[in-house]
Design a protein around this ligand. Sequence first.
Ligand code: COA
Ligand code: ZN
Length: 291
Amino acid sequence: MNLPKQITLMDVSPRDGLQSETVFVLTEKKVALIDALIDAGLRRIEVTSFVSPKWVPQMADAAEVLQAVVAKHPDVTFEVLLPNEKGYERALATGLVKQVGYIVAATESLNVKNVNMSVADSMKQFAVMAARAKADGIRTRGTIGVSFVCPYEGAVDAAKVKAIVDDYVAAGADEVCLADTIGRALPHQVYDLFAAVKDKHPDVPLAGHFHDTYKMSCANVFAALQAGADIFDSAVGNLGGCQFAKGATGNVSTEQLVYMLNGMGIVTGVDHAKITDVGRNAQRLIIPAQT
Ligand code: COA
Ligand code: ZN
């Protein structure tokens, strides 16, 4: 088997995990979750997104969350998700951001629902932002949402995804991520697409973002690992989802992934017992939303 010795886990609980919760999780609770993730060994966290607070009220405290965590954890990479150039401006204005993530969906239907733009317009904004980020010393990740199945358009043509990867790389993305936003991909499809991307862009770090709708997420991570991906997103406590993508359920759970990878001798840096506790506590954060 072709497996790396070490991988990077990016915990996305504070962003993907909480963004669709309707009851606002207090900033101090988000900060406590981030501190606990770091205590368990995570060194890369997607902490928030600079999106429209009208579209996603849960992320309205993006700047406050960053202010509370960045200075006290100098060894952690805090990533923020952006939907457009205005998001970049807001992130830059904090003076605290060194790494940004951008998202475009592989299908027009989802991209319009998610960011109210065509795929081409999203990619134009990314190109402008990536150029600015290079000049500002900020690292960029380009994610492709619904890389496999879209809730509105069905099976996604791999050629479309590969073309967006090429555009991201041409625009200067420092990393590319393929996302199975609604958790419908199967391992053989994951292997084929990740291998094709790795083959074409061997020097571009490749990440996977899997949801667990059909409990395929660990199998999909395993397939992506063998195809050369070595960065994975996950969220504790089965948190996760996207209100704009019908059917999106929780992310692959960090504790489950840590169990698998640590057990396989692949270094994650994360303590399984500690992260399991964090997952249990994190579920309490969203209890008010369920009652
Ligand atoms: N952050 C905060 N406010 C923003 C913003 C941003 N990144 N981008 C735009 N706005 C504001 C504008 O300033 C404007 O404000 P005003 O009404 O006070 O003048 C208003 O939002 C409308 O701007 P517009 O450019 O027309 O945005 P839109 O309504 O077409 O929405 C997005 C576009 C991208 C801002 C919105 O779709 C969005 O935030 N999407 C993110 C969805 C998401 O997080 N999905 C989950 C992640 S995968
Ligand atoms: Zn997601």
